[in-house]
Design a protein around this ligand. Structure first.
Ligand code: GUN
Ligand code: ZN
Length: 433
């Protein structure tokens, strides 16, 4: 059995840091060794104490070895429409998104975009993502087949949408149910794939389809649920017109039994106190999508209010409403959004959120998101001097927190020197790939 040891500085979080000085919340090794066997981390500790006999040693010093990033919300079928010029959410959906997603009725198109999408994820150091596919089952097949080919842990599902979109995207309550059922049987638990039941949002699902989603959730508690919540004022108004009996937007999903610890709610920006309480009580996850929320002018996520009320929070790119595949760029924009709210997202907290925090949001903290024996060897190697501008700031750094802040403020895919997926090298700047 071959063993590989990655040598370098190592950073992995045990829990959410309570402040910038919370050194107990993470493991940091100045000269560390991460031992990998059969795709798993088998040991982590000081290099001087590592069992090196018979191991292949890859030296990543002076770079920083971390768990791969986890992106909690994106649309792989929107990979080709990032940076589309539109005023706000509903115009953007109608003008670009619903046009683009219709192309995924073609298997060849879906297969080709899936390859480009995974290449982009790896280039940016994201080793797990939770994705919306289009309404076409073949888009889901392309998504999971390519994930399996690359041995990546990916979560995704077919969007269920039976109204308020072009004919070429619409399913029906029954076909959405049947197709989802078949896709769960085909892909959930196959390789590292996990399924997310995905009613797109209240506007594009009839009450009959919501009932079908409710049945799926009841029949498949092993699956995730993902949808969009309270992203934009016009969206909220229209949703309440379509569901006049609901208490509020959150109440629509609540009424159909769609909330719970496996439910990921993209955006969750404009929430009342009641809605916040319902999210907290059900354990649903509010997903912060900063680049998208800024790009579409949707609003400023109130991280502090949600967290202080006990809501579980994660962070995501929301490609293609989002403007970067990079979780570093996403953390940077998240920091700026919270600055505008008078809130601070310290760099330890943001890197925790993009790794272990998002793993906890998925209930997968025993599998991904940290570096410890038994965890998947889904790892990235970060170079905080990747560009001339970064090198200038690097020369004045005083602490690990400052280095992380430099990485998130000035970094992008160029700062991702290496990526390992289940112990295999997927991106390398050392050559050989
Ligand atoms: N709400 C419903 N669908 C979408 C989508 O594709 N992107 C975003 N940002 N919001 C949505
Ligand atoms: Zn989205």
């Amino acid at each position: 059995m071959s063993r590989t040891i990655l040598r370098g500085r190592v950073l992995s979080f045990h829990r959410a840091p309570q402040g910038i000085d919370d050194v107990e919340s993470y493991l940091y090794l100045e000269d560390g060794a991460v031992s990998i066997e059969d795709g798993l981390v088998v040991a982590v500790g000081d290099f001087a104490e590592a069992e090196t006999a018979g191991a292949v040693i890859i030296d990543h010093r002076p770079h920083l070895i971390m768990p791969g990033f986890i992106d909690l919300h994106l649309h792989y079928v929107q990979s080709n429409i990032m940076a589309a010029y539109a005023g706000s959410l509903l115009e953007w959906l109608n003008t670009y998104t619903f046009i683009e997603e219709q192309k995924f009725s073609q298997q060849g198109h879906a297969d080709a975009v899936a390859v480009d999408f995974y290449d982009a994820l790896i280039r940016h150091g994201t080793t797990t993502a939770v994705a919306y596919c289009s309404s076409h089952p073949r888009s889901v097949d392309a998504f999971f087949a390519e994930a399996q080919r690359r041995n990546m842990l990916m979560v995704g599902g077919k969007v269920m949408m039976d109204r308020n979109a072009p004919e070429g995207l619409l399913d029906t309550a029954q076909s959405g149910y049947d197709d989802t059922k078949a896709l769960i049987a085909r892909w959930h638990g196959r390789g590292r794939g996990l399924y997310a039941i995905s009613p797109r949002f209240a506007i594009t699902s009839t009450p009959e389809q919501m009932e079908a989603a409710q049945a799926l959730v009841a029949e498949h508690p092993e699956c995730y649920v993902q949808t969009h919540l309270s992203e934009n004022d016009a969206e909220i108004t229209y949703s309440m017109e379509l569901y006049p009996d609901a208490k509020d937007y959150t109440g629509i999903y609540e009424d159909y039994g769609l909330l719970g610890r496996k439910t990921l709610l993209g955006h969750s920006i404009h929430l009342s106190h009641r809605e916040t309480t319902v999210l907290a009580e059900t354990g649903s996850v509010a997903v912060f999508c900063p680049t998208s929320n800024l790009f579409l002018g949707s609003g400023l996520f109130d991280c502090e209010r949600l967290m202080s009320n006990g809501v579980r929070v994660g962070v995501a790119t929301d490609i293609g409403g989002g403007t970067s595949v990079s979780m570093l760029r996403t953390l940077d924009e998240g920091y700026k959004v919270l600055q505008l709210k008078g809130q601070r997202l310290n760099p330890l907290a943001s890197f925790h959120m993009a790794t272990r925090g998002n793993a906890e949001a998925l209930g997968l903290e025993e599998t991904i998101g940290s570096i410890a024996p038994g965890r998947a060897a889904d790892l990235i190697v970060l170079d905080s001097g990747a560009t001339p501008t970064m090198r200038l700031r690097k020369s004045t750094l005083g602490s690990l927190a400052e280095e992380l802040f430099l990485l998130q403020t000035l970094g992008d895919d160029r700062a991702i020197a290496e990526v390992y997926v289940a112990g295999a090298r997927a991106k390398s700047t050392l050559g050989g790939l």
